[in-house]
Design a protein around this ligand. Structure first.
Ligand SMILES: [Zn+2]
Ligand SMILES: [Zn+2]
Ligand SMILES: [Zn+2]
Ligand SMILES: [Zn+2]
Length: 439
C-alpha cells in the first residue's frame, strides 16, 4: 500500500466550516458570515441582534440567517447555540447543500453531511427533546421530524467548538471533512481557526499525522484522569477509548500520582503499597488515607467549581481550600489540580490581581507543558496570556523569553497580519525597550 505512506497534501487538514452558530455572548463581536472580528460591524436591521462585516457577507448569509432572524422577531429572544446551528444546517439541507467533499486522502473517497455518523439510537431521547424545542423556536414550514433529529445527532457527535485566534471558544460548528479525524487523549493535532477556516494543527513536529483519520485531536479536555476521560467519551460519543493516551500507563499514573511523604518532589502511585519513584519511601496508612481524601474532594468539588451559577468568589474560596489540601497529598503534576488551578487563575484575572494571576497561570502552564508540550497551540496561547500578565507585573525578561518561543510558530498558524501576531510583535518590542531602559 504505497498510498498509506504518502504525505498528506497541504490542504488536507484545513476546511471552511460547513456551518456554525456564534455563542449568544459573542454575536456582537464577529461577522455572522465570515467570523471576522472588527469594530466596524453592521447590524442586521431585521433582528437587531446579528452583525456583518460587509453588505456582501450579509447578502451571502441571508438565506441561512433568515429563519433565525424571523424566529428572533417572533419570540423576542435568541434560540440556544445548538438550536441555531441546527436551524442553519436545515436551511443548507433544504438547498441540497450537503457539503460534499471528494479527496484521495479520504478513506471512503468522499464525505458529506449525509455520510456523517449519528450512532443509531444512542441519542434518541436527546433527539426527541431537541425536536420539541425546535418546534417551539423555528417557524413553519417544518422539515420531517427525522431530519431535525438526525441533525441533532450528527452535530452532537461530529460538532466542533469554534474558537478565535486567542483560543477562546466563540461558538459551535460543523466540519464535514475534518470530522473524520479520530479522537486521542494524547492528540497529534489541535483544532485552530483562521476566522471561518478550521485547521488541525500538528502538535509534535516530529510526529506529523499521516492520514486524515489519524490526525487525532482530543474531543474532550484531556487533562483528566483516564477513568474520567473514558466516562466522558462514553457518555458523549458512545465509545470506549483505547487511544495511545489510554494505553500509556506511565503517563496515566503520573496524571494521578500522589506526593511523597518524605522527599520534596517524589511521586507515589495512588495505590496502598505505592513507593516513591525518587527516594523509595513506602506509603504509610495515614498518608494513603490523606491522599485518598484529597482525591475524593477534588472529584466531588469539580461540578461545583464548573457551575457558573455559583458566585465566583464562593468557588474561589472552595478552590483555595482544595489547593491547601492538595499541598502535601497530590503530586504537582496530578491532573486533579487542573480544574481548581484554572478557576483560581480566572478569578485572579477577574479582579486584576496580577500577582495571583501570574502565580496560578505559571502553575497551569507547567502542567500543560508536562502533558501537552511546547509545540501545542493551546500551550503557546497560554504562554501569550501569561506574557501579558508578566508585562503588567514588570517581568520583562520573562515576557521576551515567552514571546520569542511562540512568535514564529503562532504567525505560521494564524498568518503574519492576524491581530494576535501583530500584538505579540508589539508586546515583544515594548518589553525589549523596557529592558534597554533599565540597563
Ligand atoms: Zn464578513
Ligand atoms: Zn437578522
Ligand atoms: Zn483515550
Ligand atoms: Zn520520595
Amino acid at each position: 500500500m504505497f498510498s498509506a505512506r504518502m504525505e498528506l497534501p497541504e490542504d488536507a487538514l484545513s476546511e471552511n466550516l460547513y456551518a456554525f452558530a456564534l455563542a449568544s455572548t459573542q454575536i456582537k463581536e464577529y461577522c455572522n458570515r465570515c467570523l471576522t472580528n472588527t469594530t466596524r460591524l453592521k447590524k442586521c436591521a431585521g433582528c437587531n441582534e446579528f452583525f456583518y462585516c460587509s453588505q456582501e457577507c450579509q447578502k451571502m448569509d441571508w438565506k441561512i440567517h433568515k429563519p433565525e432572524c424571523k424566529s428572533i422577531q417572533e419570540h423576542g429572544t435568541l434560540a440556544s447555540d445548538s438550536m441555531r446551528l441546527a436551524m442553519r444546517i436545515i436551511v443548507l439541507l433544504g438547498k441540497k447543500n450537503f457539503g460534499h467533499v471528494t479527496a484521495s486522502y479520504i478513506s471512503t473517497g468522499s464525505r458529506s453531511f449525509l455520510t456523517l455518523v449519528d450512532h443509531g439510537s444512542f441519542l434518541d431521547s436527546g433527539a426527541e427533546a431537541f425536536y420539541q424545542e425546535y418546534l417551539n423556536f423555528a417557524l413553519p414550514p417544518y422539515p420531517e421530524p427525522d431530519v431535525v433529529k438526525s441533525v441533532f445527532k450528527k452535530i452532537s457527535i461530529n460538532g466542533f467548538s469554534v474558537s478565535n485566534s486567542m483560543g477562546s471558544a466563540i461558538g459551535h460548528g460543523l466540519c464535514i471533512k475534518l470530522s473524520a479525524a479520530n479522537h486521542s487523549c494524547k492528540p497529534l493535532t489541535r483544532v485552530c481557526y483562521r476566522n471561518r477556516t478550521a485547521m488541525l494543527v500538528p502538535i509534535d513536529p516530529y510526529k506529523p499525522p499521516t492520514s486524515l483519520e489519524g490526525a487525532c485531536h482530543s474531543y474532550i479536555d484531556e487533562l483528566q484522569p483516564v477513568s474520567a476521560r473514558q466516562a466522558e467519551l462514553k457518555k458523549k460519543y458512545n465509545f470506549i477509548c483505547i487511544c495511545e493516551g489510554c494505553m500509556d500507563d506511565e503517563r496515566n499514573e503520573a496524571m494521578e500520582a500522589w506526593a511523597c511523604g518524605d522527599c520534596a518532589n517524589g511521586k507515589v502511585p495512588n495505590v496502598e503499597d505505592g513507593r516513591c519513584g525518587s527516594c523509595g519511601w513506602k506509603m504509610t496508612r495515614d498518608h494513603y488515607e490523606l491522599c485518598r481524601t484529597a482525591e475524593e474532594s477534588a472529584i466531588a468539588a469539580k461540578p461545583k467549581i464548573e457551575n457558573e451559577s455559583i458566585p465566583l468568589e464562593t468557588r474561589k474560596v472552595l478552590c483555595e481550600k482544595l489547593m491547601e489540601l492538595f499541598d502535601e497529598t497530590l503530586h504537582a503534576f496530578n491532573v486533579h489540580r487542573v480544574v481548581p488551578q484554572r478557576l483560581l487563575f480566572f478569578a485572579s484575572l477577574a479582579v486584576q490581581d496580577i500577582n495571583g494571576a501570574s502565580k496560578h497561570g505559571k502553575a497551569l502552564l507547567a502542567m500543560m507543558m508536562r502533558y501537552q508540550g511546547e509545540h501545542d497551540p493551546i500551550v503557546m496561547l497560554k504562554k501569550w496570556q501569561i506574557a501579558q500578565i508578566c508585562h503588567a507585573n514588570g517581568e520583562y525578561n520573562e515576557v521576551v523569553k515567552l514571546l520569542e518561543e511562540i512568535h514564529a510558530p503562532l504567525k505560521e498558524i494564524y498568518t503574519a497580519d492576524a491581530p494576535i501576531s501583530l500584538n505579540i510583535g508589539r508586546l515583544m518590542e515594548m518589553a525589549r525597550s523596557e529592558l534597554q531602559k533599565s540597563r
